[in-house]
Design a protein around this ligand. Structure first.
Ligand code: NAD
Length: 328
């Protein structure tokens, strides 16, 4: 089977590709596992570090219809649509966010429709579809009230995936992913970038700035579990999703203080002292609009796994990214 991953050079896209190569199978249209013959990684920057004949790297803009027609053909049975302009950037550049997160998503779905083969499509949505006055726990059915352009673009993407599925053009799933932490590498322009930075930088012997208050609620998932959710979300039977293709997937409800306490438990006081608390009103306005607690019973009934504790997530980061050692 042929798979397209948009945003295939990104953090989750590249990890997903590696995990799919290891598995070598994915659900086909009839639900039976099929052998993966090709994974096309489409991104504005070239995906690197792959040396596998099943991988095809395509570099270009997802908003280019000719490129999408080339990458998404009637032979493409599965699409993981991960390419996006992240929250802080979509807020700073309204036109760019609308073009990439909304217009290109609609165009990609239209290409699926034109191909006529009803591919499985996984869209990565976000907690940013919620905001403002929220109930103590968010349900799948809680009204979407985004307080950012990024959240609005993701919410519209969810609705499009639902309607294209209802019409039989795609077999879609829109997964509301918690903020992924601990993300390796450099900080990015997501408003939530600190959620990894306050753990990652101190563990690497560097200073980190925390731009939000300790009591800020967060909804987190580890990189390992995020990839597991994407693959499971792809493989479940679309018929089981009934009236909505949108799902809150399991994560961890935790405050920033709880995160820092877990870091201290795992790595000690000296590591935690590398965090400086410097409130940033622009980041606080976006992050404080996101709810921090979700009811994910529906996803759990559909077989999505529960997340570990945050200390275990930090230990997994130390094992996976630091070879088991913390910088003193
Ligand atoms: N990481 C998280 O915490 C998180 C949480 C919720 C949802 N998500 C969503 O998951 C998806 C993947 O997130 P990520 O953390 O891997 O982000 P990322 O920024 O690492 O990856 C996104 C990729 O999209 C690519 N891209 C941007 N504009 C493009 C364009 N015009 N054409 C082609 N490619 C383009 C980028 O180059 C990047 O490689 C995104 O849709 C994001 O909104 C992520």
């Amino acid at each position: 089977m042929e798979i397209l991953i948009t945003g295939g050079a990104g953090f989750l896209g590249a990890r997903l590709a590696r995990q799919l190569l290891r598995r070598n199978t994915l659900s086909g249209p009839d639900g039976a596992q099929q052998t993966i013959s090709r994974i096309r990684l489409l991104d504005v920057v070239p995906a690197s570090g792959f040396n596998d004949p099943r991988i095809e790297v395509v570099t270009g803009d997802i908003a280019d219809p000719a490129l999408i027609a080339r990458c998404l053909t009637p032979a493409t049975q599965s699409v993981f649509h991960l390419a996006a302009v992240v929250s802080g950037q979509a807020e700073a550049d309204f036109d760019l966010g609308m073009r990439i997160n909304l217009d290109a998503t609609r165009h990609l779905l239209e290409r699926c429709r034109a191909n006529g083969n009803r591919p499985r499509v996984v869209l990565t949505s976000s907690v940013a579809v919620f905001g403002g006055e929220m109930p103590p726990r968010v349900l799948d059915s809680t009204s979407v009230t985004p307080q950012s352009s990024y959240g609005t673009q993701k919410a519209i993407g969810e609705l499009l995936v639902n309607d294209f599925s209802r019409k039989g053009f795609i077999d879609g799933r829109a997964l509301r992913m918690p903020t992924v932490s601990v993300r390796p590498g450099a900080p990015n322009k997501a408003a939530s970038s600190f959620a990894s930075g306050i753990i990652r930088e101190p563990l690497n012997g560097l200073q980190a700035i925390c731009p939000v208050a300790p009591e800020t609620p967060m909804w987190l998932v580890s990189p390992r579990m995020a990839i597991s959710h994407l693959i499971h979300g792809h493989d479940i039977d679309g018929a089981g999703l009934a009236f909505t293709r949108t799902l809150n997937v399991p994560g961890l409800s935790i405050t920033v203080k709880d995160m820092v306490d877990a870091l201290e438990n795992v790595a000690g006081r000296k590591t935690v002292d590398r965090i400086q608390w410097q409130p940033d009103p622009a980041i606080m306005r976006i992050v404080n609009s996101w709810p921090g607690d979700f009811l994910t019973a529906r996803a759990e009934q559909l077989g999505f796994q529960s997340e570990l504790g945050f200390a275990d997530i930090i230990r997994a980061y130390i094992d996976d990214e630091l070879g088991g050692a913390i910088k003193a």
